[in-house]
Design a protein around this ligand. Structure first.
Ligand code: THU
Length: 163
């Protein structure tokens, strides 16, 4: 007997950042500033992420490229791992992600790569807390999801690996 089922995620799209709560607008602004500090001489694609932790702290990250291309790291993982290193017990409440390029205008929301989605998911499991994620480009609309599960259905999860 075979069965098919669809994987589904729900995204809310806002026409403008102004429609989000002030705190979320501010977090996106901080992500944008973080993108300015990215090290992206190979792609010229500057990604910034800002995390709001439960204790109110804000942690930022940006992409860090390397001459040995696969050795670089995305903005999202740089930010998440920094939060994990500095505040291991603190849940992440909101994550804002944005990008700019010196080659073209990023006019659509950018969405985290598969590896970053898996890492973000681990932090939701780790703290038993959904992370609200805000995605945008330099201009244009904003995508909001209430949890990484919306972007990564059928996530890899195996409780028995944690002993
Ligand atoms: N990048 C990120 O930092 N986050 C993403 O979600 C996708 C891509 C970075 C990796 C690389 O430095 C550059 O953007 C181009 O792929």
């Amino acid at each position: 007997m075979k069965r098919e089922f669809a994987l589904k995620g729900t995204v809310t799209e806002y026409d403008s950042l102004d429609e989000l709560a002030k705190q979320e607008q501010e977090l996106m602004k901080i992500a944008r500033e973080s993108a300015e500090r990215a090290y992206a001489p190979y792609s010229n694609f500057y990604v910034g992420a800002a995390l709001l932790l439960k204790n109110g702290k804000i942690i930022t990250g940006n992409n860090q490229e390397n001459m040995a291309y696969p050795s670089g790291l995305c903005a999202e993982r740089t930010a998440i791992f920094s939060a994990g290193a500095r505040y291991p017990d603190e849940a992440i409440e909101i994550m804002a992600i944005t990008a700019k390029s010196t080659n073209f205008k990023v006019d659509n929301p950018i969405s985290p790569c598969g590896a970053c989605r898996q890492v973000i998911a681990e932090y939701e499991f780790r703290h038993s807390n959904n992370i609200r994620i805000l995605l945008m480009g330099e201009i244009g609309s904003v995508y909001v999801v209430s949890s990484i599960k919306e972007l990564l259905p059928l996530v890899f999860k195996e409780k028995r690996l944690r002993g």
